[in-house]
Design a protein around this ligand. Structure first.
Ligand code: FES
Ligand SMILES: [Fe+2]
Length: 395
């Protein structure tokens, strides 16, 4: 493309996407790990997996293996998953991939013991024992586990590798989302089913796809039959009010109906409309009246992302003897498959030397938020520009 072509496209009201290198080059991905994924709140799962003292999640964030542990005092803490003696992994780390996805979990006793020479640490990360080296305990301030920030919101657990006092706290960051979703009582919900996908696409391709409905007509025929407004290319969707389903439909299932009760605190319009939120960098929420699809993205390299899709329900729904989430799970699996397939085609196309940059129309305006988020952190090619960030789900 010549500079003249680019100007002409700009004149049509199209704005530049991130550049090819931002999607396909490992060097750029390594910078993102450092500058973006390490320095923002990254969702690592649901706190229900960490309900009891000693329960842990072993996760990998921005290339670093971490342990999130519920302490004996009830507090959540997060540590680097490495022994202070010689650096051994305390828990075998998860390598992202189809056989070893996202988040192995388990439960420690009262201590975490290194498998190499059996140094052990309390659930608070403090060195408790170093066999035959009692003098090591005198230096326990220097020899305790490396700790990082962890916080919860709505039943989700977030960690941040590099804390910057200038950055807003998690609560401040999500205060508007909290207001919009208050009636769903996210903290009270539990996982009824989990699907895990390994997608051959850059994590930002998946986010950008999530944030626009320009693709809904060509890619999601069943979804458009359920939500006719989605077939208009994303024009006129009012996510603050929620998106109505077709007449007689209230939820994301093939029939648009379900036997499950709506969440108890929802307003009448929330009982029949669909909502969505994007919590950058890696949590996508799709909210129906009776279930929520919560997608956490686990970037693995420039070209691969593991997506963990948790289906959240009320505890009453899950404990019902006839609980069967398949109506929602099956429909979502269909829609997800369509999304992952097209994201993989985007990634494959962008690898060509002929691709330099994409063009976002007004219909894809919310997708531009992902580029703005990256550029605000000093990445995103040479065109650093700041633009207010308003990460909301469009589709
Ligand atoms: S490396 Fe952990 S005890 Fe030696
Ligand atoms: Fe989609």
């Amino acid at each position: 493309m010549t500079p003249g072509d680019a100007m002409a496209l700009g004149g049509l009201g199209l704005q530049r996407s991130l550049e090819r290198a931002d999607y396909v080059e490992e060097e750029r991905y390594a910078r993102e790990q450092e500058v973006v994924l390490s320095s923002d709140w990254f969702c690592v799962g649901r706190s229900e997996a960490l309900a009891r003292s000693g329960e842990y999640l072993a996760v990998e964030v921005a290339g670093e293996a971490l342990l999130v542990i519920r302490g004996a005092d009830g507090e959540l803490r997060c540590f680097y998953n490495l022994c202070r003696h010689r650096g051994t992994r305390l828990v075998p780390s998860s390598s992202h991939g189809p056989d070893a996805p996202g988040t192995p979990s388990g439960r420690f006793g009262r201590v975490v013991t290194c498998p190499y020479h059996a140094w052990s640490y309390g659930l608070d990360g403090v060195l408790r024992r170093a066999p035959f080296l009692p003098q090591a305990l005198r230096l326990k301030d220097q020899l305790s586990l490396h700790e990082i920030a962890v916080e919860s919101w709505g039943g989700f657990v977030f960690v941040r590798l590099c804390s910057d006092k200038q950055e807003p706290s998690l609560g401040e960051r999500l205060s508007e989302v909290q207001k919009r979703l208050a009636h769903y009582r996210l903290s009270d919900l539990r996982i009824g089913r989990r699907l895990i996908y390994r997608v051959a696409a850059n994590w930002k391709v998946i986010l950008e796809n999530y944030n626009e409905c320009y693709h809904c007509g060509p890619v999601h025929p069943e979804l458009c039959r359920l939500v006719p407004d989605f077939s208009r290319g994303g024009a006129g969707l009012n996510w603050d009010e929620g998106i109505p389903h077709r007449a007689g439909a209230t939820t994301f299932t093939m029939s648009g109906r379900t036997d499950r009760e709506p969440f108890p605190d929802l307003l009448p319009e929330e009982r029949s409309r669909h909502r969505g939120e994007l919590v950058l960098p890696n949590l996508m929420l799709s909210l129906s009246c009776d279930h929520i699809a919560a997608f956490s993205l686990w970037p693995e390299s420039a070209a691969y992302t593991t997506v963990v899709c948790d289906f959240l329900f009320t505890t009453d729904a899950i404990s019902a003897p006839n609980f069967d989430p398949e109506d929602a799970v099956g429909f979502w699996d269909l829609v997800n498959g369509q999304d992952w397939y097209i994201c993989e085609q985007v990634q494959a196309g962008m690898r060509s030397r002929m691709f330099t940059v994409g063009w976002l129309s007004e219909l894809e305006e919310p997708s531009a938020d992902i580029g703005a988020y990256i550029r605000a952190r000093g990445l995103g090619g040479s065109r650093a520009q700041s633009r207010p960030e308003s990460p909301r789900r469009s589709s």
